[in-house]
Design a binder for this molecule. Structure first.
Ligand SMILES: Cc1cc2nc3c(=O)[nH]c(=O)nc-3n(C[C@H](O)[C@H](O)[C@H](O)COP(=O)(O)OP(=O)(O)OC[C@H]3O[C@@H](n4cnc5c(N)ncnc54)[C@H](O)[C@@H]3O)c2cc1C
Length: 363
């Protein structure tokens, strides 16, 4: 009988949920244990955060407890803690100093963002309190300046204007058209005429997007490799198409979505796709590892692993207030209006996440 394989997953958001689910589905729980470690201990849904900035009731809905989802699937476990060190075969959790050994590790700790999308606490109740205080500040302001014209800035400007029609909402941008230059001009033109441009405000919201990846716990381990495995500017982890770190010594470590350097805009659905690929690849590696246990050499050839191919033109969508949205669909077409708004609505995402989490993982 072979030893159980231990997989540690850092983070409990979109990418990890998909990885763990796919892994347990492919392998069952017979000879494998998954430990998910997250610093906030819950699934915080970033794509729903812009609506949470204007609505206190909705802010609560951006949090999804995971205890039942994981505990319904013993021997897997969820640990509420911050990973502060990663070593070749174990990780350390800062708050308790506990070490968690692993055979395979999945790093999916995402990016860090400014308030109001992330707050400096690991306690969800304190986070919610800080987010409510932020909403109160917005309610008091008469002129709100958003600095940054990416998707977050545009969506938030539209949401603020719809929720507070009497406030002056200003979106500061540096280019002729809004949104990043990788979006087709037709799509960018579809949103440009909505915000006004003037600069005088009593409340400023930075919407410049992500600041950097949350990977400092990897620094010491990766410093020993000859290759630079962390990009010096973006601090993204360098991965192969199979989503493993690009160094033979670290091929038992996967990095999934926002934390890695795969091309394309950072979107939740891509985190989900990558999570599924990492989960499937882990399952194949574990089966191979277990089949070879007890042998002196690896008698079976290594398994064929799945590869992630970044889409050449990604579809994307933007909510423009409560009932309106614009979307770029495959083929380069741009569609907009209330029907697109129905698909883009946060309630659709709420339903999708609830249906993902309403059964124990792996079922
Ligand atoms: C405001 C905003 C709006 C967005 N809207 C959309 C949208 O409409 N559609 C879309 O597809 N995408 C959207 N995105 C992008 C999308 O949210 C991300 O691409 C997606 O969340 C990435 O998932 P992830 O799993 O890689 O990381 P994240 O969702 O960032 O999760 C990272 C997790 O790791 C945990 N963690 C971090 N460090 C540690 C540590 N040291 N120890 C333990 N745990 C740790 C965190 O607690 C967190 O749970 C939006 C992003 C933002 C900021």
């Amino acid at each position: 009988m072979s030893d159980p394989v231990h997989v540690v997953i850092i983070g409990a958001s979109v990418a990890r949920v998909a990885t763990a689910k796919q892994l347990v589905k492919s392998l069952g729980s017979q000879r494998m244990r998954v430990t998910i470690i997250d610093k906030v201990g819950q699934f915080y849904c970033l794509p729903m955060a812009t609506r949470g900035v204007v609505n206190k009731d909705f802010a609560k809905k951006t949090w999804f407890p995971l205890d039942e989802w994981v505990q319904g699937s013993p021997p897997h476990e969820l640990v509420h803690g911050t990973v502060s060190e990663v070593h070749t075969s174990h990780v350390v959790v800062k708050e308790t100093g506990t070490t968690y050994p692993y055979n395979y590790l999945v790093v999916a700790s995402g990016m860090s963002y400014c308030a109001p999308f992330q707050f400096q606490t690991t306690n969800p109740a304190e986070w919610l309190k800080a987010s409510h205080a932020y909403i109160d500040q917005i309610a008091k302001a008469t002129e709100i300046l958003l600095v940054g014209d990416g998707s977050t800035g545009v969506e938030l400007a539209a949401k603020l204007k719809t929720t507070h029609p009497n406030k002056h909402v200003i979106l500061l941008h540096s280019k002729e058209w809004l949104l990043p230059e990788d979006a087709p001009l037709k799509f960018r033109r579809g949103v440009t005429d909505r915000p006004s441009v003037e600069i005088e405000a009593d409340w400023l919201i930075p919407t410049i997007g992500e600041t950097e990846t949350q990977t400092s716990f990897m620094d010491e381990l990766l410093a020993s490799s000859a290759l630079e495995l962390i990009h010096p500017q973006t601090r993204a982890l360098r991965v192969s198409p199979t989503l493993q770190l690009v160094h033979d010594n670290f091929s038992h470590i996967f990095a999934v979505r926002d934390v890695n350097d795969t091309l394309g805009i950072k979107m939740a659905y891509r985190a989900y796709t990558q999570g599924n690929i990492a989960g499937e690849n882990l399952a194949r590696l574990i089966k191979h590892h277990q089949a070879n246990q007890g042998e002196h050499t690896d008698s079976k050839p290594p398994p064929q692993l799945k590869e992630y191919k970044p889409p050449s033109t990604g579809s994307r969508s933007l909510a423009l207030g409560t009932n309106n949205a614009i979307a770029l669909i495959p083929g380069g077409w741009t569609v907009s209006g209330w029907l697109v708004g129905v698909f883009k609505r946060s309630s659709v995402m709420l339903w999708q996440i609830n249906s993902l989490l309403n059964k124990p993982m792996g079922r």
